[in-house]
Design a protein around this ligand. Structure first.
Ligand code: HEM
Length: 268
């Protein structure tokens, strides 16, 4: 994970066949200052590696939670699709510039983060000075494990915490944004928050614009294939969604053409 991707891109650069990416940019910047030292090389390999290791499992977990949420809550999916249709129309796919004009989608994604915090116990931290919490004294040097899952279920902040209700973020007295805690705390706060959250938004908005995502249907009976929502997440450092059956149907021929166009543009 550290050396092979680096060597792969270096070889492609030497052949003049590398596509511009995070690694090529760092190498070009470094080379522009002179030679690339061993220290630079290890630093660049580490930076490139952490984008992958810290960014993929987390982002995909939020996205699969989103898919599960819209399958289990078709009303939320339809409301979000109606909003996208009204703002974006059907001639193009959503872009970042549309984000501010899609408040229901924003609320839906907040509810996804709250419903299944991707790293329920974040990461252990160490307090650097004596601290206290309620009647507890926390001496400097203690390890603390923030329980963001419990925060996401705290009825003091979230009315009906066990329900999936994006509307709670849209009322006059909205629930607090769970992105304030699901990305961690303090100096070790996730540095990829903006990148991860933007990736989630772009994928979610385009999936909603393009597809009706529903429970899968049994081919023989035509009935929905049901599954039990209570056991949909694995227990672990990252709360992955257990695979579940679903169906994606393109919402129009136009959208199929749009997806093929963007696929062709990307592979050029
Ligand atoms: C929606 C997606 C993501 C979620 C939910 C998420 C969540 C988190 C959480 C909870 C932590 C621990 C913070 C703490 O210790 O207080 C963390 C750390 C980290 N994340 Fe993310 N993350 C996401 C995406 C990304 C992306 C895309 C990148 C990189 C491009 C990234 C890079 C990192 C790194 C490097 C750390 C370690 C920071 C440190 O220990 O100083 N994350 N993330």
């Amino acid at each position: 994970m550290i050396d092979a991707p680096y060597e792969h891109v270096r070889a492609a650069m030497a052949r003049g066949a590398a596509r511009s990416c995070f690694l090529t940019t760092l190498l070009d910047e470094c080379a522009a200052d002179g030679t690339i030292s061993d220290y630079d090389r290890e630093d660049i390999k580490g930076a490139v590696n952490i984008v992958y290791t810290a960014g993929t499992d987390t982002t995909t977990t939020v996205l699969t939670s989103f898919m599960l949420a819209i399958v289990l809550h078709p009303d939320a999916r339809e409301k979000s699709q109606n909003e996208i249709d009204a703002v974006v129309g059907s001639e193009r796919l959503p872009e970042f510039e549309d984000r501010a004009a899609l408040p229901y989608l924003e609320a839906l994604l907040k509810e996804v983060y709250r419903w299944n915090p991707p790293i329920p116990l974040v990461l252990p931290h160490q307090v650097t000075e004596d601290d206290s919490y309620d009647s507890y004294t926390i001496p400097a040097g203690s390890m603390i494990i923030p329980n963001v899952w419990a925060i996401s279920r705290d009825p003091e902040y979230y009315a009906d915490p066990d329900l999936f209700k994006p509307e709670h973020f849209l009322s006059d007295n909205p629930d607090p944004d769970p992105r304030a805690f699901v990305f961690g705390f303090g100096r070790r706060l996730c540095p990829g928050q903006a990148f991860g959250d933007s990736s989630v938004w772009l994928a979610a908005s385009r999936i909603l614009a393009a597809f009706d995502v529903t429970k899968a249907r049994d081919a023989a009976t035509g009935m929905d294939i049901d599954f039990t929502p209570e056991s949909r997440f694995i227990s672990g450092m990252i709360s992955h969604v257990i695979p579940f059956p679903c169906e994606l149907r393109p919402r129009s021929d136009k959208v199929v053409a749009l997806i093929r166009e963007s696929e062709a543009a990307y592979s050029m």
